[in-house]
Design a protein around this ligand. Sequence first.
Ligand SMILES: *Cc1c(COP(=O)(O)O)cnc(C)c1O
Length: 375
Amino acid sequence: MLLFTPGPTPVPESVRLAMAAPTLHHRTPEFEAIFKETRELLFKLMATDEVIMLASSGTGAMEAAVTNLCHDTLLSVNSGKFGERFGKIALASGLNNIEIKHAWDTPATVEEVIEAVKANPSIDALAIQISESAGGLRHPVEEIAKAVKAINPSIMIIADGITAVGVERIDVSNIDCLIAGSQKALMLPPGLSILGLSNAAIEKTGEGKGYYLNLASEIKKQSQNTTAYTAATTLIIGLRAILLEIEAKEGFGMLYCVTARRAKSTRFALEALGLHSYPNTPARSMTTIDDQQAQEIRDILKKEFGVNVAGGQDHLKGKIFRINQMGLIDIHEMVWVVNAIELALAKLGRREFDGTASRVFNEEYFKHTLKKEEK
Ligand SMILES: *Cc1c(COP(=O)(O)O)cnc(C)c1O
């Protein structure tokens, strides 16, 4: 079965093998050396002033960011389930929450965020997804962050990059906290989250808030290559392995290029079949199609063609399907996925099978390669 859900993503064999080594004790020079190397690799990936790894799923990092970096009122952008979660975390933590809410295909605009910030002087942090995985959309986070900082530089910008870090280069110049998670673009099992912090965020953290998710105590320990509590040793060993593997395969710059090209080619191929791309601003992390027969298409893909794609949640259940674009993906697998979707549509009597999807995918994906060779 090909796992093509936008999280969890498949774990490469080399990484699984790296994680199969005997358990290391976390308070040893051996593990601290691995921790140090992983931190250095993460600094390159995140490009932030500090990086922290937590033994938690992505939501733990979201909570740590909100509770440590917001002391009064959070402005949260809700264009889907994950944006909604930021607001719920704020309320559960006794903070005020002001929410900008949209349909799941609609990104936030700079103007409405500015308006909310100007109207509510108690806002001291903004939380937003870079890629909102619920509907596969991309928010204009960099532009929003820049505009907010121009009004009030002390407002903390929390950017959930769980389906963006490792997918595309993110300009962190106006971001105070960039969040990543293990089981999405980093191709690891679930259970590890990462926070990239700005110096301003470190300052605002102060003594920290909370106990387990206290960023101040983690910053203190992790800058000395250890952790406040037991580190997720196996996952950190896996993280080091995947970061080294990506570096060895021409690096993140190349991965970002290939991911963008693959996502675009997939969208073109599916649109050529008459399918409709759901989000107004598609993220590169996934291809999201809205279709009345989304459930039937998913069932056929799984039962007959060995492809597992994700459906929708809440009101989009049975209305959309989402195809992963994150991580190291063999191109022949993606060609098979679009071909299988065309076959599924033929089985549903929606169109005659003529190989359009794989042809359009290949044309778009390989056109640059062929151009280069002509020269
Ligand atoms: C998956 C995801 C999360 C939540 O992560 P968990 O690991 O499930 O806690 C948060 N934000 C986005 C954008 C995600 O895709």
